[in-house]
Write a protein that binds this ligand. Sequence first.
Ligand code: GDP
Ligand code: MG
Length: 163
Amino acid sequence: MIQQTLVLIKPDGVARGLTGEIIKRFEQRGLKIVALKLVKIDNDLAKQHYTEDISKRLGEKVRNMLLNFITEGPIIAMIIEGVNAIENVRKIVGVTESKAALPGTIRGDFSHVSYSYADKKEIAIKNLVHASADETDAKNETALWFSIDEIFDYKRAGDEHIL
Ligand code: GDP
Ligand code: MG
């Protein structure tokens, strides 16, 4: 089943100059970038992305840390398309806590900090990437970040060997 999912390269990933390295991971897997932009977002959009649900799940404190983090500098937003793209992208990204993320994943290769360290500093764990968690989130998040005319349907050389 071909799906589309939202990926954000968070401010730490852009500031560290890791955008090319991160984007490469999705491209080399055969997944296709169908939308992409560099943006600096305000608190309004941040709140629509990290909704009240985040507070219910992770607490108001973590949500506020996330809102501060995601608005602190430019980020890259993209929509990635492919067969089971939501699950495939999450696997490439790795688990949430950088300390636990396996080498070979983006978080496991480029970050290492624990929840307890980040919590003590009262900052969101700087794990480089956001990726939609499930079909509902992917649908809402792609629609929040991109208009229809920013999303492209195109054939890539090599698709005949991948799809
Ligand atoms: P994700 O889907 O893997 O990004 O994880 P979540 O949706 O559960 O959390 C959103 C983001 O909040 C994570 O990517 C982290 O940046 C941050 N975060 C989540 N849990 C914690 C926590 O317990 N402590 C801190 N400091 N940050 C957290
Ligand atoms: Mg999440």
